[in-house]
Design a protein around this ligand. Structure first.
Ligand code: NAP
Length: 276
């Protein structure tokens, strides 16, 4: 379980993570459970989800898994139905499902690839948010409130790609920028029901997935993993890349009652690559 100090930040809350992957998603699940939440991990690969649940329970936390395909409305409905069998309120929903988009220039990108990226990142987040809205609204009555009305919290996982238009990133940028727009509109629509909607835009998440990619680049262009890291980090004010925990921390904050007055915001976490 997490090495960080535990504060009971999410005590009594149920947090659903859609697109709980092996890096960021797993770390978020472990840390949310360590902060007192019951965590629902959801993605397509049941074996990985089961291993996450095992790790959380072994550390004394509460978790269960539900296999879901975020691009399939029926599957998302089944996820909500299964969660509703366990609880009558959900306090946090993290929309993190992601599949590597086409990295070709737009001129060579088939529209189907762009549409698939939007379907998963944007409509996937919308499907889940719509399904969970009644449970998130009910979540306003629970949790460890701080005095004001503290409703359910939705966090969209975007990317700092929203801040640049570099070649080959168009498909990714289009999907993640639309996700930011979705977050804004949902914040407006769901705010009166006590539900907050915010977006986190990581620059990089320096974990095993990114390390493997940097190894690949080092092999392709010559040099070492450290060379690729330093070359990339040179663009950041802090001269380093955010760790998984540095992305998890603001997500935990936005899910918590400490962020009860924050909605409709996009928080870029990139060690200072972009000043937004
Ligand atoms: N890694 C980075 O450096 C970085 C940088 C900026 C932003 N981000 C964003 O931060 C989030 C987390 O990043 P990550 O690298 O940890 O992501 P990731 O593991 O690549 O993706 C998250 C998980 O989404 C799941 N997924 C894919 N398609 C799905 C579907 N149809 N239904 C349900 N789940 C699906 C996958 O698990 P299954 O295959 O088991 O379904 C995958 O493990 C993502 O939204 C990503 O775009 C990451």
């Amino acid at each position: 379980m997490a090495q960080q100090q535990r504060t009971g930040l999410l005590e009594g809350k149920t947090i659903v993570i859609v697109g709980a992957g092996p890096g960021f998603g797993r770390r978020l699940a472990l840390r949310a459970a360590a902060e007192g939440a019951t965590v629902v991990v959801a993605a397509r690969t049941a074996s990985r989800l089961d291993a996450m649940v095992h790790d959380i329970r072994s550390a004394g936390g509460r978790a269960y898994s539900v296999a879901v395909d975020a691009s399939d409305a029926t599957s998302v409905r089944v996820l909500r139905e299964k969660v509703a069998e366990h609880t009558d309120a959900v306090h946090g929903l993290v929309n993190s499902a992601f599949a590597t988009p086409s990295m070709k220039p737009l001129a060579q990108t088939d529209h189907e690839q762009i549409a698939r990226g939007i379907d998963l990142s944007v409509l996937g987040a919308l499907r889940a948010t719509q399904e969970f809205t009644p449970l998130l609204e009910a979540g306003g009555a629970g949790g460890s409130g701080t005095g004001g009305r503290s409703g359910g919290s939705v966090v969209m996982m975007a990317s700092a790609v929203i801040h640049h238009s570099r070649e080959r990133y168009a498909g990714y940028k289009i999907a993640k920028t639309a996700l930011v727009a979705l977050g804004h509109s949902l914040a407006t629509e769901l705010g009166p029901r006590g539900i907050r909607v915010n977006t986190v835009a990581p620059g990089y998440i320096y974990g095993d997935t990114l390390k493997a990619y940097f190894e690949h680049l080092a092999g392709k262009y010559g040099g070492t993993l450290e060379d690729v890291y330093q070359h990339t980090a040179a663009k950041m004010d802090l001269r380093r890349l955010p760790t998984e925990d540095e992305i998890v921390d603001p997500v935990l904050f936005l899910l918590s009652d400490r962020a009860s007055g924050i909605t409709g915001q996009t928080l870029t976490v990139d060690c200072g690559e972009f000043h937004t």
